[in-house]
Design a protein around this ligand. Structure first.
Ligand code: F6R
Length: 243
């Protein structure tokens, strides 16, 4: 493992607090910083903690900008399972961040390529992502960058794998309702972030976590490229920690 700091928490709630420390420090240092955000189950304790810390006066989100990693293709922003709705419900509606300062790829874009280009340009115009939050899929995906023979660079459309469709069907009435495609920041977009915090919790993530940071760098394990990022903090719980 190259460069990464590893913090092993006792449980997911504590992992959320450690990750929140990194966000609190970043926002204190740069009140108008750009944070990259993720959806899924793993960041929920972090989002609860960030909400609590702003209420306690420890964090101020009024100047923070945020860019989310990904969105399902074909879902409207107010769809129950859209990632925009997830962010509103679990974070944005409870903190002082300005709506115009939050971006999530548009699931309903007619011209997906043009939307992806615009997404990249918006992040560039903001000066790039200062602190990117990541979770990890069981197959090593980050964002929706699935195992592949190369590391895709920029924000783009992807076809979801059966493994991801199965993992995500718990949020839908059935696997048939899970969208088959998504829009995601590329691996290049993610690697361009100045700092990265990856949260990994639960025994089911132990094997992929080991491959990611202690295996070889391989596009079949997309997250393994993080070994080459100069500023990664891995926050895991002891169930996920492989040693
Ligand atoms: C979500 C995302 C995904 C998730 C990953 C893990 O925006 O980018 O890569 O981080 O699928 O999901 P959970 O946390 O639900 O296990």
């Amino acid at each position: 493992m190259y460069h990464a700091r590893v913090i092993v928490a006792n449980n997911p709630e504590e992992a959320g607090k450690f990750a929140a420390d990194v966000f609190e420090a970043e926002i204190a240092k740069k009140p108008a910083c750009v944070i990259g955000l993720a959806t899924g189950s793993t960041p929920l304790p972090l989002y609860r903690e960030l909400i609590a810390r702003e209420k306690a006066g420890k964090i101020d989100f009024t100047r923070v900008r945020s860019a989310n990693l990904d969105e399902y293709k074909g879902l409207a922003p107010n769809h129950e399972q859209s990632y925009r709705k997830f962010m509103q419900d679990n974070l944005f509606d409870h903190i002082s961040i300005r709506p115009e300062n939050t971006i999530v790829p548009l699931g309903l874009a007619e011209d997906v390529d043009a939307m992806c280009d615009a997404y990249e340009r918006m992040i560039e115009a903001w000066g790039g992502v200062d602190l990117q939050l990541l979770g990890i899929g069981h197959d090593g995906h980050i964002g929706f960058n699935e195992p592949d023979d190369h590391f895709p660079a920029k924000t783009h459309e992807v076809k979801l794998t059966e493994m991801t469709i199965n993992a995500n069907k718990r949020f839908f009435n059935s696997a048939d309702e899970v969208p088959r495609a998504a829009i995601t920041m590329g691996i290049g977009t993610i690697m361009a972030a100045k700092k990265i915090v990856m949260m990994v919790t639960g025994a089911d993530k132990k094997e992929i976590l080991k491959k990611t940071f202690w295996g070889k760098v391989d596009p079949q394990v997309p997250a393994s490229i993080l070994q080459f990022h100069p500023d990664v903090t891995l926050v895991c719980d002891k169930d996920a920690y492989p040693f």
